[in-house]
Design a protein. Structure first.
Length: 331
């Protein structure tokens, strides 16, 4: 029975393959795909079906891209070639055409550091990472390096049309990116210790015959500590061609780390399983709960993240904001 079914599937695949291949020869690619997709259903690796499917899928887009390039419509051609790359990156010379279109619509970006900053080391760090991010992750953006315009002349670029045009002419930049970091703060809050009581389970013999279990009140501390790191990140993106500010924002990047743990006022006797956050003998059953999480707080992490760790997290967010700005506006 299985052999019969297998033969039937091969027969169906063959029939669809022959029809699909013939339609590809006739350049009827949309119709061909219907048959070639059927082959995939019954026998995915049948003969050259995969290759024919790529041709039927990519050739119409490829021809469309060629037409767009001939008409110097590089933006539309780039989108079409991107779709081809979603299928294969080796279809004819689509890779070379893709790179050509990307170069034709490339935008140049010139970044400025503030002349004076409250945080020159941090600004320099972000400047280098912004430049690296733009060069690595945005193929259509050319970062202008080694420019004499590292610092923006004057106090601001807003409204200074002559200045914008002079720098654009000298640098060839399409966009200017200006940023600064202010109000950098780092502080540790705590540790704060709140006095609390727990109950230690104590078992002993009474009169050599009776075993007695009691819960003795015991002092402990609930300890909390927090480290906060923040700064205000101000930026603007200027279109040098139109003299317009494309986008600007000042946002506070805030990172913090908290630790919370329990701490005995003296070295405990016995194991943690002997301690309870309530007195089981004096607490109604419905009010009782599993003390596992409470006990874990006695062995919880007591060390805050360092300022350097939080600074790294904050800088990563600033780089993310920079990337989103390029992705949304530099096109």
């Amino acid at each position: 029975m299985k052999k019969i079914i297998k033969k039937q599937l091969i027969s169906i695949a063959k029939k669809n393959y022959i029809q699909g291949a013939e339609l590809v020869k006739q350049k009827k690619y949309t119709e061909a795909l219907t048959y070639l997709n059927n082959v995939n259903k019954y026998k995915p690796k049948y003969k050259k079906n995969k290759s024919l499917k790529i041709t039927a899928t990519c050739e119409p887009m490829y021809q469309n891209a060629i037409t767009m390039i001939q008409g110097k419509n590089y933006t539309s051609a780039f989108k079409i070639l991107t779709s081809i790359h979603g299928v294969t990156d080796s279809y004819k010379d689509s890779k070379e055409l893709y790179e050509l279109c990307a170069a034709q619509q490339a935008k140049s970006l010139l970044m400025f550091q503030p002349k004076t900053s409250q945080n020159p080391v941090l600004v320099d760090y972000l400047f280098n990472h912004f430049s690296q991010t733009a060069s690595t992750n945005f193929k259509h953006i050319e970062v202008i390096n080694n420019s004499p315009f590292v610092h923006l002349p004057g106090n601001d670029i807003e409204g200074n049309v002559d200045l914008i045009q002079a720098i654009r002419k000298a640098s060839g930049a399409d966009f200017f990116y200006v940023f600064d970091v202010t109000n950098k703060k780092s502080q540790v809050v705590g540790p704060t210790k709140a006095n609390s009581k727990c109950f230690q389970k104590v078992t002993y013999k009474k009169n050599d015959t009776t075993i007695v279990t009691e819960f003795k009140a015991t002092d402990y501390f609930q300890v909390k500590s927090k480290r906060i790191y923040s700064y205000d990140f101000k930026y603007k993106l200027v279109n040098a061609l139109t003299n317009q500010i494309v986008t600007f924002q000042t946002l506070t990047i805030n990172k913090f780390n908290e630790v919370e743990y329990n701490e005995f006022t003296y070295a405990p006797k016995g194991g943690l399983d002997d301690y309870w956050p309530y007195n089981p003998q004096a607490t109604a059953p419905l009010a009782q709960y599993n003390p596992k999480n409470w006990r874990l707080l006695f062995t919880a992490n007591k060390v805050l993240k360092t300022e350097q760790e939080l600074e790294t997290n904050a800088n990563d967010e600033a780089v993310k904001v920079f990337s989103q700005t390029l992705n949304n506006y530099v096109k």
